[in-house]
Ligand binder design. Sequence first.
Ligand SMILES: Cc1cc2nc3c(=O)[nH]c(=O)nc-3n(C[C@H](O)[C@H](O)[C@H](O)COP(=O)(O)OP(=O)(O)OC[C@H]3O[C@@H](n4cnc5c(N)ncnc54)[C@H](O)[C@@H]3O)c2cc1C
Length: 408
Amino acid sequence: MATSPAPSRFDTLIVGGGLTGLTLAIAIGRLGARVAVIEAQPLEVLASAPYDGRVTAIALGSKRLLEGIGVWPGMADAAEAILDIEVGEPDSLGMVHYDHSEVGDEPLGWIVENRVTRQALIEAASALDTVHVAAPARIDDIERDAGSVELGLTNGERLRGAFLCVCEGRQSATRERLGIGARRWSYDQLGIVCTLAHERPHGGLAVERFFPDGPFAMLPMRGNRSSIVWALETGLARDVTALDDAAFVAEVQDRFGDGLGRLSLEGPRWSYPLQLVWADSYVADRVALVGDAARGIHPIAGQGWNLALRDVAALAEIVADRMRLGLDPGDGTALGDYAAWRRFDGLALVAVTDGINRLFANDLAPLRLARELGLAAVDHTPPARRFFMRHAMGLVGDLPRLMRGEAL
Ligand SMILES: Cc1cc2nc3c(=O)[nH]c(=O)nc-3n(C[C@H](O)[C@H](O)[C@H](O)COP(=O)(O)OP(=O)(O)OC[C@H]3O[C@@H](n4cnc5c(N)ncnc54)[C@H](O)[C@@H]3O)c2cc1C
């Protein structure tokens, strides 16, 4: 990572140095292009344990990208493979069991703590002298002309680049400042997240149960530990988070059963308001929205960051191809290609995650029966099971080269 005096001229500017922004910086920085990342938080805070407590299910396609840009070795030792997934409603016949061996030798995905991923990303970015990180800093002013973007930062730096990638997450201030509208609605749910230790090994099994008051996921972590992501209607979630540790664990045990033996809490509990945000456009003049800044989805399918990484891989590929041809990577043609490539995937996952959440939140008897029959049908149809597994693994659609395990 370049230190002071900071260069003021870059090829790519990125605002937001979270999981998405840092990955994009590394992918583009490895091409030899100069990249500046502007991040509001100090990097030490981002990589610290108390920052958010979250884990992410990383699909096979995403792991290939992280391997391709040299980040995966920094995460591999802390990653737990997902070998099987069980999805369904409690006390019903509608249960689907996905087994990775039906689609090949590779796991369906991996569970990694966000803190570990951030540390690996910060380390990989630090090793690149093409990547400059301004943190903590925010954008003070933005000027755009026909060929470039110029930024004034709160830390006094001025930066110029061919285009600006906005990776600020779903509440992006820069998206708003640039006048890019966004549709949003609250799910009126909180996502409760924590780590649990258990007596028996999980065997790489991830479990997703759809309760009428919200979905509950138990995700395998290293050792006899699992992470839960439990979405509940806001009022109920507040009641549950107000429980003391013993009563909270008893509630979880009641929902999950004793398949893993006695559960105990490991570390604090966090909760996040769940909201859908969907930007009206992925691009504007000299600007691209990437990751949650372009659209933030419900965590029900564990796909938000996987979707973001497909944005990263597509944009990095467009930049690489244009740079090789000596073309401007931030002009209207390049950004138009990016928007066209990414729009359908984003829209599809907005619809699917929103639809699943609504479908399973409804306890009407005919709907419940239809769901049960649907899940049972998938469970008994190997091609359907393989289709859904390949989707969850991020192996379907018009995949960028990095997602196919090819060089950028
Ligand atoms: C409970 C829960 C569970 C999830 N589980 C999964 C999962 O299993 N699998 C999966 O794929 N996805 C999952 N997701 C989604 C995933 O967490 C997000 O998609 C991912 O964090 C998006 O990363 P991002 O970098 O785009 O945005 P963010 O994580 O929001 O990062 C934005 C970054 O920009 C910085 N920033 C913000 N504003 C500014 C500013 N004005 N100036 C400078 N910097 C700024 C922030 O400090 C931050 O570092 C889950 C989400 C939730 C809520």
